[in-house]
Design a protein around this ligand. Structure first.
Ligand code: PBG
Ligand code: ZN
Length: 359
């Protein structure tokens, strides 16, 4: 029982204070002294009443758990800024996967942390790279888990950009597409259920759809990072993946933060190219974009609560400045309320545990 349930009787017996109230719909009419018949608080008197009229819900089966898969054996390398998350070698995945299954978190999103990088990012499509090996292992251990593979080159390029860098230092769009396509094929061959292109190259969804279909992978879905912003909230991720650009930044391909209309354009392009799920990223600072995209498409909508958003919450909680559980659930409910169907969050495990406790 919470405090408002306990206060039920007292509230019911107490007369509204005799304070003049000017707004219609308030507890007093501006013209008479009669108590207002309009009282939204009637439906807040108990937890059962509140639950009856609750508009949005957060469930474990809406969450996606990101995993950084490292080359090597017996690797558990903690990630600064992502407390509770480590880079894991494939042999260390088993306990995470079984925990997620137990908690009812249905999906994982895999990122590679290779030992070797080159200018093309060729590790991205090596069948012996960390991600294809992790996909095969996940599908063997937990066949019912939805395995999503991020498709980008930045974890595999020595310069840290998401595509091929041209002579002028810019990232060359069309030369990057076949490389992303090769990576997607490698992940589909390994058994991925969904591939998720995150490089923000124009035409990347169409390029992936064409090669997947050509290779007999017409059932592999595409979750498009459609509205992915050039955000300051990716710091801990780049530390984890060693993917900070050595020179320059990603503003020439990721979206400009002030733009919302452009997100609708990106989404409709990806939809036309064959995306099965569209995404807005980051989530918390872009709730308006999530809401607008929700209204503009019938496709399932994913939102990515990024590493920087996670770091802010954990850092404040660690100092005792916020109640972590309440603040995290509120942040995720805000993302759901804005219109996201599924949420990628570094809190997936903890949240699923909290939701189990509430039953
Ligand atoms: C790689 C990629 C990034 C993230 C997801 N895929 C980093 C980036 O674009 O620099 C960010 C995820 C996070 O911060 O949690 N293209
Ligand atoms: Zn990238």
């Amino acid at each position: 029982m919470d405090s408002s349930t306990r206060s039920f009787d007292g509230v019911a017996r107490t007369r509204a204070p005799q304070i003049p109230e000017l707004s219609p719909g308030g507890s007093r009419s501006p013209h008479t002294s009669a108590p207002s018949p309009v009282r939204p608080r009637r439906l807040r008197r108990s937890e059962t009443l509140r639950a009856l009229v609750r508009e949005h819900h957060l469930r474990a089966d809406q969450l996606v758990h990101p995993i950084f898969v490292a080359d090597g054996v017996d690797v558990v390398r903690p990630i600064a800024g992502l407390a509770g998350h480590s880079r894991l070698s494939v042999d260390r995945l088993e306990s995470v996967l079984s925990e997620l299954t137990h908690l009812g978190v249905p999906a994982v999103l895999l990122f590679g942390v290779p030992n070797d990088k080159d200018a093309m990012g060729s590790g991205a499509w090596s069948p012996d790279g960390p991600v294809p090996r992790a996909i095969r292992e996940a599908k063997r251990q937990a066949p019912e888990q939805v395995v999503i593979a991020d498709v980008c080159l930045c974890e595999y390029t020595d310069h840290g950009h998401c595509g091929v860098v041209g002579a002028d230092g810019g990232v060359v769009n069309d030369a990057t597409l076949p490389l992303l396509a090769r990576a997607a094929i490698a992940y589909a061959d390994a058994g991925a259920d969904i591939v998720a292109p995150s490089a923000m190259m124009d035409g990347q969804v169409a390029a992936l759809r064409a090669v997947l279909d050509g290779a007999g992978h017409e059932s592999v879905a595409i979750m498009a990072y459609s509205a992915k912003y050039a955000s300051a909230f990716y710091g801990p991720f780049r530390e984890a993946a060693g993917s900070t650009p050595r020179v320059g930044n990603r503003r020439g391909y990721q979206m400009d933060v002030p733009n919302a209309r452009e997100a609708l354009r990106e989404v409709s392009i990806d939809e036309a190219e064959g995306a099965d799920i569209v995404m807005v990223k980051p989530a918390g600072p872009f709730l308006d974009v999530i809401a607008q995209v929700r209204a503009a498409t019938a496709l399932p909508l994913a939102a990515y609560q990024t590493s920087g958003e996670y770091a802010m919450l954990t850092a404040a909680a660690e100092r005792g400045w916020i109640d972590e559980r309440a603040a995290v659930l509120e942040s995720l409910m805000g993302i759901r309320r804005a219109g996201a169907d599924l949420i990628i969050t570094y809190y997936a495990r903890q949240v699923a545990g909290w939701l189990l406790d509430e039953r």
